[in-house]
Ligand binder design. Sequence first.
Ligand code: SF4
Length: 493
Amino acid sequence: MLLTDILLLDYKRCQRRSFLNVYGDPLERNSERDFLLKLRQESQNHIASTLKNFYPHYQKPESGFTTWEDRAKATENLMAQGVNCIYQGTLFESNLPIESPSYQPSLFVDDYEFNCLGKPHLLIKQSGNSKFGDWSYYPISIHLGRRPKPEYKIVAAFYAQLVGNLQKTVPPTPVLILRQQNHYPVDLEQWLPKLHDTVQECMEMLIQSQEPEVFISRQRCNLCHWYNHCYAIAQSQQHLSLVPGVTPSRYQFLLGMGVETVESLADTSPINMAEVMGKEVANKLQKQALAIVNNEAIRHSRFPENIKRLIPSNDIELYFDIEAEPELNLDYLLGILLVESSTQREIFYPFLAETPEAEGEIWQQFLDLVNSYQDAPIFHFSDYEVETIKRLGRLYETPRGQINALLTRFIDLHHRVTTSAILPVESYSLKSLANWIGFEWRDRGIGGDQCVWWYDQWLKTGDRTFLNSIVRYNEDDCRATFYLKNWLIEFLD
Ligand code: SF4
């Protein structure tokens, strides 16, 4: 068995993912999504700019070898020569370590032998004795993330352990370089023991081929290449992770009570769950399961009766949705659907920045439109629109009074839906809700992350089909918001 840095990273993110990477059928993997390719490209750009800014004089080990042992040997040769900075080195240990000197905590896992492979982005020379002479090395990992996540630290500790073993020193302090190119040393006193526990568990699972159970968590599974495979299993099992609100800890508790499927959760009395998760959560979970089983929306028991106050209406109403490019901190499309009931007029206004520099211009166009319909409520879905209005107001120095007045017209439909109804959906995203009530996007299977990729392609190629696709998607988001609002009024009435 080969324990790689990538396997370890995946294990920390999702144990099942590392299992499937070893044992899964490659034909069941999703094809590579455009958005992931973009992320990979950004990561490479980030590494290139870090090298340029901090380590322009690196050396790469000789290439052309076919075995990990030979590649590791080439890296070791550079270390023995005392090269200052080694880029794309390979660390390999075979039959990990049966005998380990007392200064060196071993990665040896009880009863198992396995090989280790690590490819730290950089190995940096520092003073201090090692088997090479009066110098040694420490590893650097470069990541696009903004925070030093636990999975980064575990992998950094893994590199430190392998470097320590190779150069016959205690594992050197590894360093993370994150998105802002800040350097972050990893505390090995804390992370080496965690590494050893993680390796032990991970190798036990892999060597004994124990397949971890599916647990669909939107945040974690969204970009995973096993998503379709896992989702199909979860659906066939009526898995509880498909019920919004069932977190991993609540799931364990439910299993302990003998509640294993959505149907059994729907049949469970909330009183039995309330002691551990509280009355409100227990009620909500049971009703959520009931809604799914019956495929029927349920009115929230704490719903305020005054619908007009909850969802104001006007002859002219505006439906608002944004497309953004987080990497550039840019909101490049402010889409507004204007609906006039008396004339049945519907006009879509896509305020689109064709270059990042045009953001200020589209902001002004947006303000001109919304200010010319002072009585029109502005419907949107989730907080992002409100946060963006505040950000753009600050950035382009729009008077604060004007922003505050504008925000009083904003109505967050996500909040309105979640506080007044329980729908038979797996998530309360606009897409899930609108699909359930019968709205269909013209381009199926597209998400906001695809737009991020399209905009990137537009900037690179100047091909307008990318822009047209984004505008079409954004218009459908606005129309879905309109559709959802109408459904909610009818349902609550
Ligand atoms: S889809 Fe989710 S549960 Fe399945 S392997 Fe990926 S992250 Fe893990």
